[in-house]
Every structure is written in C-alpha cells, then in structure tokens.
Write a protein that binds this ligand. Structure first.
Ligand code: PEP
Ligand code: MG
Length: 320
C-alpha cells in the first residue's frame, strides 16, 4: 500500500474518463516545498507567510522576505507558486505586537487583509518582496479575508504602484503578477460577480468559509458536529462560486482542509472543481482517489447532490 502510493508520485492526477485534475500543495516551510516538488504537485497553491512572522520579536524586513519568497519560487523550478499575503490575527497571533491582542471577537476582527491595509508599511514591504521574487519564476499573489471589492482594488493599486517604482529602480519583475482573492468570507462569495473582473484567480478557503457561513467556530470542540462542509448552504455556495469562476475564465481552487480529505474529493469534483490545494501529507491519497473517479458521472450527479436537504442526505449521496 505504501509502495503503491509512492509509485503515484510520478503518475498524473487523471480521472478514469481522462480529465487532468490539478493538485497544488499548501506549504509554509522549505521542507513542505521540497516535498511538494517531489510528489509532483502542479505548483504551490497556498504558501502561508505567517510562519515568517511568528515566534520572533521583530518583523522580517523586505530583504529577508524577498529571500524566503524567492527560495519558494526557485524550489518549485518553474511550476507556479501562490504566495498569500499575511493572515495574522484571530487564531494566528504573533509576538511582534502586530496583531491585536485583546479583541473581543478575533475571528471577526482585524485580521488578514484588514490588518495589512491598516498598516500600510507592512503591506508595502511584503508586496515589494513578492514583486522582486517574481523575477525568479511564476509567482501569484493571494489575498486572505477579502470581504469587498474595495479591498481588492486597494491591494491591486498598491501592487501596481510598487511594481512601477521597483522597475524604475532597475529591479527585474515579471510583466504580469496574477492577483487572487481568497473566498472565505460569505460576503465575498455572494458579491463575487461585482469584483471577479478585478482578480486573476480565486482560492476558496473552506476552513473559514464554513466557520463564517455556519456561525460555528472552527476551533471549538463543542461545535465539532456543526462545523462541517456537509451542509446544503456550503455546497450551494461552493457550486455558485466555482461556476461563476469558470464562466468568467478565472482559475479557482479549494485550499481549505476539505481539499486534502480524500473523502470529499468526489463531492468537490461533482461541484465542478478541477484544482485542489492541499497539504503534501495527503496529496498522494487524494491523487489515488481521483484516479478512480469518473468525472462525467460525478458531474451528472451534481443536481442530486444539491437536492440533499441535510447532512444525512449528503452522506447518502457520498456513499453511492
Ligand atoms: C481557509 O480558511 O480555508 C484557509 C486555507 O486559510 P487558513 O486555514 O490559513 O485560515
Ligand atoms: Mg482562512
């Protein structure tokens, strides 16, 4: 069984009816990147930059960040690398004093892009480091906790203006650095038609999307039964977002834990997903499962999945 999985490192993630599915890796360290490369990931779908800011007392400067991001790009030797801007706050508190300490409601507080926009230097330093790293290979910038069009436009404006400055200063920067939004706040999912034109790609953060949509804390043990993607509201929203992205020609992945659980792969394929971003730990298992799926048959079963009225109905659908 181990050997069989190991063999899959060199195999494509192709359904039995011949459709190639992309498996990108979630990563936050050098080791993860090396592992992703060795497993034949299509690229990095989510590089969490928080680790650079945690467990230390001062902020990493532009140079340190640049070197870290460049190494990720080089480590994937030409495969696309998606780096997420800082998502501090809520459960990810730092020691540098950047994230607010005593928010009454941290999950609804100053986190992700909100913190980045509130501290202009922080965002600019990170974007400059990312822009410089884009000279070394295909790099995409992903923004967490987007809830409105304004936030997307603000980050995009900063990115453009900093790119101009850096070019003037003689830095080698990619001609186009794709900018993407995390879809993890329900408002962003619902208002997506209004700003999809401003982004190049999307990534659905089901960890937070489920939390906010179902009003169930992702870390509260007492709510473990409530906190699940197997809810009709979650599936419906996923379907709508994936469909809109495909209609508008925007690549879209799921990068929450849901994408890394082989159990959910048929369900996500049925909803139209073709890009998964998951931790290297389960990449081969998910690949193995997808290779046993008939995509056309799963797509035909989407209406019946969306007709499921409760968790039991969804689980019954999954068992067929
Ligand atoms: C998510 O919310 O699904 C996600 C991928 O981001 P994080 O788990 O880092 O909040
Ligand atoms: Mg999140």
């Amino acid at each position: 069984e181990r050997k069989e999985l190991h063999r899959l490192r060199r195999e494509p993630t192709r359904t039995i009816d011949g459709v190639d599915i992309h498996l990108y890796a979630n990563a936050e360290s050098r080791e993860d990147v090396a592992e992703a490369h060795a497993l034949g990931a299509s690229g990095i779908g989510l590089y969490r930059t928080e680790f650079l800011f945690l467990q230390r007392n001062e902020l990493p400067d532009e140079e340190e960040q640049f070197r870290a991001y460049r190494d990720v790009v080089l480590g994937m030797s030409g495969r696309p690398v998606t780096i997420r801007t800082l998502d501090l706050g809520a459960d990810k508190a730092d020691r540098t004093g950047l994230a607010m300490r005593d928010e009454p409601n941290p999950a609804l507080g100053l986190r992700g892009v909100r913190l980045s926009l509130a501290r202009a230097n922080l965002l600019d330093t990170q974007l400059r480091a990312l822009l410089r790293a884009s000279g070394y290979g295909p790099l995409r910038v992903l923004v967490p906790m987007i809830s409105s069009r304004e936030e997307v436009r603000e980050v995009k404006a900063r990115l453009r203006s900093l790119a101009r400055d850096l070019r003037t200063q003689g830095h080698e920067i990619a001609d186009h650095i794709p900018l993407g939004a995390m879809i993890e706040v329900p408002a962003a999912a619902i208002a997506l038609p209004g700003f999809i034109g401003s982004v190049d790609f999307l990534s659905i953060g089901t960890n937070d999307l489920v939390q906010y949509l179902l009003a169930a804390d992702r870390n509260n043990e007492a709510l473990a039964d409530l906190y699940t993607p197997l809810h009709p509201a979650v599936l419906r929203l996923l379907r709508d977002v994936i469909r809109l992205a495909h209609t508008r020609g925007r690549p879209i992945a799921v990068c929450g834990e849901m994408a890394g659980d082989p159990l959910y792969a048929p369900l996500l394929l049925s909803l139209g997903l073709t890009e998964f971003s998951l931790h290297p730990n389960t990449l081969l298992e998910v690949r193995r499962l997808i290779r046993e799926c008939d995509l056309a048959a799963l797509r035909k079963r989407m209406p019946s999945l969306l007709r499921a009225r409760d968790r039991a109905g969804i689980e019954a659908w999954m068992k067929v």
